[in-house]
Write a protein that binds this ligand. Structure first.
Ligand code: NIG
Length: 424
């Protein structure tokens, strides 16, 4: 539903316009608190890009502004669309039975050993067609927009074997085509399929020699990820897979230090991983070590909340230690059934003591870097994609403060109005 392709679009009357203007690199330490706030701001969009941004009276005087279509933000908060850099948004069914078992005291690992967990999701993916999976993800992509997310990473990982993983990756590509929310595909090696339980080396060989090359040949993945943790893939196994993926041209991410501290974060950062994700059990020495790398610490407090654990990752110490932090939903049926980035901001602030400004940086520009799009998205600066959300609050700090709500009323992706509350 483009307002117009030919005429520029002028977003006026932005009570607070958060530009995230800053250096063209990851922000460290105090820089994470600088959100580039302009009061009474306006933004001019031309050819899908931000053409001008600044105080409303100045932007409004430009010749292009006079012939532009106007969108009135009504004094509300305007900020870059969220970039959700870690999701398992493609799955076939919820896992309510795991949830209920956990409420009764069973642990994540115990449920997995008893036949629930990732393998249960894999068996549901196996019995679901690629067409149905695609349709499910298309619906999820629409929901992302409604909550202000304009770019989301989506992992495979519930296929487990070659055929099913390729089916998931093809479904992600099909859903991404034509979706207004940009989807970034990651090939995830999540769990050993049951029939390879006693043939781990054979499975690793299959991944290295067949799965990675085929995914790369068909252009189905940008990133590669492994669930490196106690009871899943070991450090040595993970290193072998990451090496093969990097050699094939994939960028690296890693599930690290979620269930236990294994040393995975350091290992992946040493291989120039773009991000290490979770980090619930990161040590002080790990924080110091990460500081000297270019790897982003992506924190996923939704899973800590949902699993009922007390082990929130050490966000405050990471930020103070100069490590760039990103926030993501980890949307998945097992540990984090939410796609609402606004809730993640609330958890980051209330449970991990990030300030609202740091949380916004982590959910926008750092998310964009975590999906390899820091030059195109994540901030509202001239020459970048016009990806933005309007939130029905007057102070951006109300986004985490009023928790559990959806404040988003309007979303623009690449210069097009793709969502308006009440208009669908
Ligand atoms: O990031 N930790 C591994 N993967 C997901 C959980 C997946 C699931 O339980 O289905 C996570 O928390």
């Amino acid at each position: 539903m483009p307002l117009t392709e030919a005429r520029p679009l002028l977003v006026v009357n932005c009570g607070q316009l958060l530009t995230l203007h800053g250096p063209r690199r990851l922000r460290a330490g105090r820089e994470m608190a600088e959100v580039g706030l302009i009061r009474h701001g306006a933004l001019l969009i031309r050819d899908r890009m931000v053409a001008m941004v600044g105080p409303g009276d100045r932007v409004g005087r430009s010749p292009d502004a006079r012939r532009a279509v106007r969108l009135d933000a009504r004094g509300k908060v305007v900020l870059p669309g969220f970039v959700d850099s870690h999701t398992h948004a493609l799955f076939a069914a919820p896992r309510v039975e795991d949830y209920v078992a956990r409420i009764s005291g069973a642990s994540y690992s115990h449920i997995a050993r008893a036949g629930g967990g990732i393998r249960a999701s894999a068996s549901r993916v196996r019995s679901t067609s690629e067409r149905v999976l695609t349709e499910r993800l298309r619906n999820v992509a629409r929901l992302f927009l409604e909550y202000g997310t304009t770019t989301a990473e989506v992992k495979s990982g519930y296929g487990l074997d070659l055929v099913q993983e390729m089916k998931m990756l093809r479904a992600i590509r099909a859903a991404a085509e034509g979706a207004a929310c940009e989807l970034v595909p990651t090939l995830l090696v999540h769990e050993i399929p049951a029939r390879y339980r006693n043939k781990r080396a054979r499975f690793l060989q299959l991944v290295r020699q067949k799965l990675i090359p085929q995914a790369v040949r068909e252009g189905l993945a940008e990133f590669f990820d492994v669930f490196c943790d106690r009871g899943y893939f070991s450090l040595a196994e993970t290193k072998e897979l990451l090496g093969a993926a990097a050699g094939a041209g994939l960028k690296l991410k890693l599930h690290a230090e979620q269930l236990a501290r294994t040393g995975a974060a350091r290992m992946a950062a040493g291989l120039n991983a773009v991000s290490v994700d979770h980090l619930d059990h990161l040590s002080e020495a790990d924080i110091r070590w990460l500081r000297g790398t270019r790897t982003i610490a992506t924190l996923l407090p939704g899973s800590v909340l949902h699993l009922g654990s007390a082990d929130y990752p050490p966000a405050r110490r990471l930020v103070d230690g100069g490590v760039p932090v990103a926030l993501a939903t980890n949307f998945n049926p097992g540990s984090s059934p939410t796609l609402n980035m606004q809730v993640i901001l609330s958890l980051a602030c209330s449970q991990m003591r990030m300030t609202p400004a740091e949380a916004v940086t982590a959910a926008t520009i750092h998310g964009a870097y975590a999906v390899g799009r820091g030059d195109q998205a994540g901030s509202l600066e001239v020459g970048k994609q016009a990806d933005l959300a309007i939130m029905d609050v007057e102070d951006y700090r109300e986004i985490p403060y009023f928790f559990g709500m959806n404040h988003c009323t309007t979303v623009i992706k690449k210069g097009r109005v793709v969502y308006r509350r009440g208009l669908g």
